[in-house]
Design a protein. Structure first.
Length: 216
């Protein structure tokens, strides 16, 4: 079974929506290792609500009340996020793991999200969104992944399209395009299912491909 870590080029760029679509497309498990803030409706709750094909939603390793970076939320709550406490959940299903923010989001004074990815040793799908500065943020994200030899399965653009920006990112980076998710004003199971159906053919080559053959 295949496992993918979903990271973004920034916060609030649609990682949870993309993760839900991937869960739906792959009939996968879902795991959000760290949830900071919004505990009344967590990202796990979102996946349960909108993905018909979700198999198992695994419990978060850390649930933090404050909507700030994980290291600060943990500090406020007198907790410490230990990178050694994260382990891949045992499952016979595909697994989508959603990160918190971007690669350089701090988990503690000694670790970042990219260190969590390195520990879990699974390929990354990058979620990008078009805004002023997004080319810079996307290419920097890809560069960090490559710097640490983290396999990149591909990139998904979420939200309103900007063909010039997207074409530049794809041409410059050489990263595989997995899909483009349009902006929607009303989230629904039907929207998730429709996007999952469209993106599924692009995911098929990844399912039996060794991670060492993915982009670095």
């Amino acid at each position: 079974m295949s496992k993918f870590f979903i990271t973004g080029i920034d916060t609030n760029i649609g990682k949870t929506v993309v993760s839900t679509i991937l869960v739906e497309a792959l009939k996968a498990d879902y795991w959000k290792p760290i949830q900071s803030g919004n505990l009344e409706e967590t990202d796990s709750d979102f996946v349960k609500k909108y993905a018909e094909n979700v198999q198992t939603v695994h419990d978060e390793t850390y649930l933090l009340n404050h909507p700030v970076s994980p290291h600060l939320a943990a500090k406020i709550e007198n907790k410490y996020i230990n990178i050694k406490s994260f382990t891949i959940k045992n499952s016979s299903n595909n697994l989508i793991i959603e990160g918190a923010g971007g690669l350089m989001v701090p988990l503690s004074d000694k670790s970042l999200i990219k260190d969590l990815i390195i520990k879990l040793q699974i390929p990354v799908i990058v979620v990008s969104k078009n805004y002023l500065g997004s080319i810079n943020h996307t290419l920097l994200t890809i560069q960090v992944l490559q710097q640490f030899n983290i396999p990149i399965a591909g990139i998904i653009f979420n939200g309103d399209s900007n063909k010039d920006s997207e074409d530049y990112i794809l041409q410059y980076s050489g990263i595989r395009l997995l899909g483009k998710i349009p902006q929607t004003d009303k989230m629904s199971k039907e929207f998730i299912a429709e996007q999952a159906k469209m993106i599924y053919p692009n995911l098929l080559p990844l399912l039996n491909e060794p991670s060492e053959n993915l982009s670095l």
